[in-house]
Ligand binder design. Sequence first.
Ligand code: MD3
Ligand code: FE
Length: 199
Amino acid sequence: MSLPAGFTLHDAHLDVAAQTAMAADLRAVAEAAPMFHPETRWGKQMSVKMTSAGRVGWFSDHRGYRYEMQHPSGAPWPPIPDSVLTVWRDVSAWDDDPDCCLINYYGEGAKMGQHQDKDENAFDAPVVSISLGDPARFRMGGTERSDKTASVELKSGDVIVMGGPSRLAYHGVDRIEFGASPLLPKGGRINVTLRVVNR
Ligand code: MD3
Ligand code: FE
């Protein structure tokens, strides 16, 4: 098993109290900016539900992937919770705060195909991801789709940093172990991704 350089896993970075507090903060974000299933360019609904906090939010429809200044309702995205910003400041080694906090919710059977994160304008900044709730089988390769891949189990409270060469690596979520974690009352998995979109 080999992972690309610049990838760091902070195993159990958040204890259960911090995970619970962050889940409550994210629930408040999702009340102000409700989760939705984005549609791909090909009109297929993604199995993961999403919303965002921060200056910009990630969005997709028949016109493709992009960042938008507003939730589909027309409201601005809520601010990024302090509990989330604290993690970025602890692990990113980046001077500026992120301008997007994408919140992904994986219900039973949800997954995410292998892809690169290329919709940003700051590939030298790292991406930080926080996992909450049910464990996920995360799979990561290299910068070419044909590169060999390695799998990592991401558990509630784990934080990963993708900097340097790993920033443009292919990655995805093959499956989650629905119901395995007691953190979220209805089960499932939340992944928070922090990104610098514009510098
Ligand atoms: C590796 N989310 O939202 S987070 C995504 O678990 C996304 O929800 C997955 O991929 C999830 O785009 C994986 C881990 C992650 C995020 C960004 C990366 C890994 C990355 C960017 C570059 C390389
Ligand atoms: Fe991604």
